[in-house]
Design a protein around this ligand. Structure first.
Ligand SMILES: [Zn+2]
Ligand SMILES: [Zn+2]
Length: 224
């Protein structure tokens, strides 16, 4: 949703939910006029400033940070539109880094190529049955995740399920690594907010461990 202007509520202090940007009590409760997610006036103003300066967009097309994040990690839409079949060209670099971290090993080529091969043939099979496709988006998603989990489990063991969830998030975001990292961090910071997309226990756990100061990140929306 895009906003035309910032509306400022009547109360200068709201006793309700904290501001999703600064995580403090909301000062001068404000919202963009399209979605009514609430922020401090100063925080949302800063967000808009960053957005408009980076993407030179008119205020009318600026999304509130929560709506923006929910869009980026719209996993159900990703599966519904079968976006998996559009190859993400950052996939291999992302996989390499993830595998290196999870396996604590520098050379992950074999596992990486194995996983990419499994994904490619899954996509190929899906393309071939294109016309006779009867699977629901949920079944499609479930099959993909179990195929990847099976391929990765011998190497990733207990970390497999978490890996598959993160792979799904990365693919659903359609972002490059840099942008993904920025948004992912922000998602952790804003995890308290019920509005933000998917729940994931591993991420919640990480969030508890590494609560960081939220920052405003932005990138070209066209890359989304
Ligand atoms: Zn704030
Ligand atoms: Zn919003």
């Amino acid at each position: 949703m895009a906003a035309k202007e910032i509306a400022v509520g009547s109360s200068s202090f709201s006793g309700g939910d904290p501001c999703p940007i600064c995580l403090g009590p909301i000062l001068q409760e404000s919202y963009l006029d399209t979605c009514f997610h609430k922020f401090c006036f100063r925080c949302i103003k800063q967000w808009i400033k960053v957005v408009s300066s980076k993407v030179s967009k008119p205020l009318s097309s600026v999304k509130c940070p929560l709506c923006f994040l929910a869009d980026v990690f719209d996993v159900p839409r990703f599966w519904k539109l079968k976006k998996l079949l559009q190859r993400n060209r950052w996939l291999e670099s992302w996989l390499r880094r993830e595998l290196q971290a999870l396996m604590q090993e520098e050379d992950v080529d074999i596992v990486l190529h194995h996983l990419v091969g499994v994904m490619d043939s899954f996509c190929k099979r899906t393309e071939q049955r294109h016309k006779q496709e009867t699977r629901s988006a949920e079944a499609f998603q479930e099959q993909f995740k179990s195929v990847i989990a099976e391929a990765g489990r011998p190497f990733l063991m207990a970390r497999t399920d978490r890996f598959v969830d993160e792979l799904e998030l990365f693919l659903a975001s359609g972002l490059n690594m840099e942008a993904y990292d920025a948004v992912y961090k922000q998602r952790l910071d804003w995890n308290n907010s019920r509005e933000v997309g998917v729940s994931n226990e591993a991420i919640e756990e990480e969030n508890r461990r590494t609560r960081a100061t939220p920052n405003l990140f932005l990138f070209e929306e066209d890359s989304v």
